[in-house]
Design a protein around this ligand. Structure first.
Ligand code: F3S
Length: 754
């Protein structure tokens, strides 16, 4: 599990020189984000100042982390790159494929039986190519990374959108598609558009029922799901220093929910405490040696308006607990207003489940704060009205929490302790109490609450809160319970109140674990044989996508015009489909089945222009593919928001969709489309979305001149023969156009490696 101290020391050896040089080139004091970006340039020292939100820059990340659901496709792609070993330290974490049902022991056993083919594949590919492997049950990727690998001032990428969690330990950590990770594994640079910078000044100190989670719930309410797009959010100020390291992780984690590239905090005492508590004194000592380079310059934080593109200020002393939801993480409601708002919106008041865990909130501190509420319920003889489910963040946390009696407190409230894994957060939840699609409410400490995400039921209203607030609400059984004001009736009929939560930042007796679940790779893995059965349902070796023929794309048919929110969950659902993440053809049967057809407001019900009949999206698309007819997907704003899964780009590509034309894209998805050789473009005039009719045919009449900064012209031919000609914009640079020409970024890597 060893972190690479030599690599970290190398980063710190270079940082002073590189940051000083960058400051000179940029000509002004630097934010922390800029220090990390400029000290990780692929070409070494800065020679020019980059323009935010405009320049594409090549970076050299220090680490890569992949989770089991995305690692399958990433590693299948890496296997095609022709390399013997990964180019930078990489780890694979088995956390997504474990269904929560009966509790950790049984669930883990079942997962090991049902997904052993995939775990074996990931384990042997890791062994062969020098990748650290974290077994099922070892923990949730981002908690494991925070506890073992993250380091202040570092840069990492990960094939999961919540890789950003490592910002809690002062990194620039970015969620990417598998294809980006493959580039870096193959020793190539990682390209990113130089981000904008949003500064969040935190003053005061959290108190009472307010937690770190409430900071990001508040920020999400301010910025909305798109407000952070293309930006790094940098937190600073006395309030930031008052937060624990894992609390900072929570805030950074949910930066993904506002579309931010990542979020980060400057190195401080809380990070040093966390590094030492997780047995990394050498990293803390090395970081202390370059402390001033691991935070923004003083002038920046004194006059943030001059250095950030946007500044938000939050006084932690005045911040109150929030619940965000349902169906979107940016619908922020202070708990004190929930009673009125729930009535107005007809949200079910009774809460069925309180779920604590996920990569967002499963630290030792989170468990102690929630346990301090659960303990009061036991002591004050209050019976919990809702069911409780707990997913500890890692085996190290679980073992320590068990040793310290925390898990027993939850068990005394009849909670189910699930595996140290994602579970309900990614729809891996065999929910026993409701099998139909009835309207109901759950509260959880996770990050995402899109429709169907936790249990597949579109009528489950999921609300996001801090672990302690989830505990209080689950005990009361009411969504509108405000523990600062409301009383509960105990088993003796007495009125009692819950006192404020108390947390322990780091275990006073230290962390402990017997088997953390790590498997180191062999020094020389060249003899390791990777087996993929030809009749496997779960895994399939990849066939390269075909290169572009260099011609204009003509007579492309509309497959679907998606209405409203179309996240990666709508494009490539998780839950039961996680099973096929390593088998492109099989998983393509979920392609866009969650997207709402703008012409009938139904999901998975589109008109085939070949037959005039309505059918499912994948089936309809397969008919077009069989006849060699290219198709177009049209979408609304922030298309592809949510996860980093490249399946959302590979599936349409595999099925023969050529173009995705939308009002705007979520960043990772746009890059994923480019990497897979798709044309991802945006309406020049948003209202042109309204021109698109169900029977439309598209001609891309100047694609032959595809070039950076040059809009494309699209002729839309309607069923009655009338035509509209519109413009579409794109953000492809020279290199990305090469990906398009070659058929995919991977095809280009292979060509360069040949
Ligand atoms: Fe897992 Fe949910 Fe985080 S799926 S990685 S716990 S967002």
């Amino acid at each position: 599990m060893a972190y690479d101290i030599d690599m970290i020391k190398k980063v710190y050896t270079q940082i002073a020189e590189r940051v000083d040089k960058a400051r000179e080139v940029v000509g002004k004091p630097l934010t922390l984000s800029e220090k990390i970006l400029y000290s990780h340039l692929w070409d070494g020292e800065a020679t020019q100042a980059y323009t935010r939100a405009a320049d594409y820059v090549n970076f050299s990340p220090d680490r890569i982390a992949c989770q089991d659901a995305t690692a399958q496709m990433a590693l299948l792609q890496f296997m095609q790159a022709g390399k013997k070993k990964v180019g930078v330290p990489t780890t694979v974490h088995c956390d997504h494929l474990i269904q929560a049902k009966q509790g950790a022991k049984k669930d883990l056993k079942r997962a090991n039986e049902t997904s052993n083919e995939v775990f074996d594949f990931l384990g042997s590919v890791s062994n062969k190519y020098g990748i650290g492997f974290w077994k099922p049950g070892a923990g949730i990727i981002h908690q494991v990374v925070l506890e073992n690998y993250a380091f202040p001032g570092g840069m990492m990428i990960g094939t999961d959108s919540h890789t950003v969690n490592a910002g809690g330990l002062g990194m620039v950590a970015v969620g990417v598609g598998g294809a980006d990770a493959v580039d870096v594994m193959a020793g190539m640079p990682w390209e990113l558009k130089f981000p904008k910078l949003i500064g969040v000044k935190l003053t005061g100190e959290l108190n009472g029922w307010t937690a770190s989670k409430d900071v990001i719930l508040k920020v999400a309410g301010i910025l909305t799901v798109k407000g952070g797009t293309g930006a790094i959010i940098e937190y600073f100020g006395e309030g930031a220093r008052n937060l624990s390291c894992t609390g900072k992780g929570t805030i950074c984690n949910m930066g993904a929910e506002v579309g931010a590239t990542t979020s980060t905090f400057g190195y401080d005492d809380s990070m040093e405490r966390f590094l030492r508590a997780t047995n990394r004194d050498d990293v803390a000592d090395a970081a202390n040696g370059v402390r001033e380079y691991l935070t923004g310059d003083d002038e920046v934080y004194e006059n943030p308006e001059q250095y950030f593109d946007e500044v938000i200020e939050i006084n932690l002393s005045e911040l109150r607990p929030h619940l965000n939801g349902p169906f979107t993480p940016d619908l922020a409601t202070p708990i004190s207003e929930m009673s009125v708002k729930a009535k107005e919106n007809d949200w079910p008041i009774n809460v069925d489940w309180g779920l604590i865990g996920s990569c967002t909130n499963s630290s030792y501190e989170d468990l102690t704060r929630a346990a301090s509420i659960a303990k009061q319920a036991v002591d004050k003889k209050i019976k919990a009205k809702s069911d409780f489910g707990i997913n500890p963040g890692s085996e190290q946390i679980r073992y320590t929490a068990e040793r310290d009696g925390l898990l027993q407190i939850f068990e005394d409230l009849d909670a189910t302790i699930f595996t140290n894994a994602c579970g309900p957060c990614i729809g891996q939840w065999d929910r026993s109490d409701r099998k139909g699609e009835e309207k109901n409410t759950i509260v959880h400490s996770f990050n995402r609450n899109f429709s169907k995400r936790a249990d597949g039921n579109p009528n489950t209203h999921a609300f996001v809160g801090s672990p302690e607030m989830v505990a209080a609400i689950a005990i009361s059984g009411r969504l509108d319970f405000d523990p600062t004001r409301d009383k509960l009736i105990n088993e003796d009929g007495e009125e009692v109140m819950l006192e404020e939560p108390k947390g322990i930042e780091l275990p006073t007796r230290g962390f402990e674990v017997e088997d953390a679940g790590y498997v180191a790779p062999m020094k020389d893995g060249s003899g390791v044989d990777i087996k993929v059965a030809s009749d496997s349902e779960r895994l399939e070796l990849l066939t390269p996508f075909k290169p572009w023929d260099g011609k204009n794309l003509l007579d492309a048919k509309l497959l679907i015009k998606a209405h409203g929110k179309c996240t990666t969950d709508h494009i490539s659902m998780a839950g039961p489909w996680l099973r096929y993440r390593g088998h492109l053809d099989n998983i393509s049967n979920n392609c866009l089945i969650g997207a709402v057809n703008a012409f009938n407001m139904k999901t998975n019900f589109v008109k085939s222009q070949l037959t005039g009949e309505y059918g499912g999206v994948p089936d309809t698309q397969r008919e077009y593919k069989a006849k060699g007819i290219p198709t177009v997907v049209v979408g609304d704003h922030n298309y592809g928001e949510g996860s980093s899964r490249e399946h959302a780009a590979m599936e349409p590509r595999h099925l023969g969709v050529f173009v995705v034309l939308v009002k705007s894209f979520a960043r990772i998805h746009e890059t994923n489309l480019k990497k897979q050789g798709m044309l991802g473009i945006t309406f020049d005039n948003e209202s042109d979305y309204e021109l698109i009719k169900e029977d439309d045919t598209f001609n891309f009449i100047d694609l032959e001149n595809f070039a950076p900064n040059q809009p494309l012209t699209i002729e839309i031919v309607h069923a009655d023969g009338s035509k509209d000609t519109i413009k579409a914009n794109h953000t492809y640079n020279e290199n990305q156009i090469e990906w398009y020409k070659e058929g995919s970024a991977l095809n280009l890597i292979k060509k360069l490696n040949a």
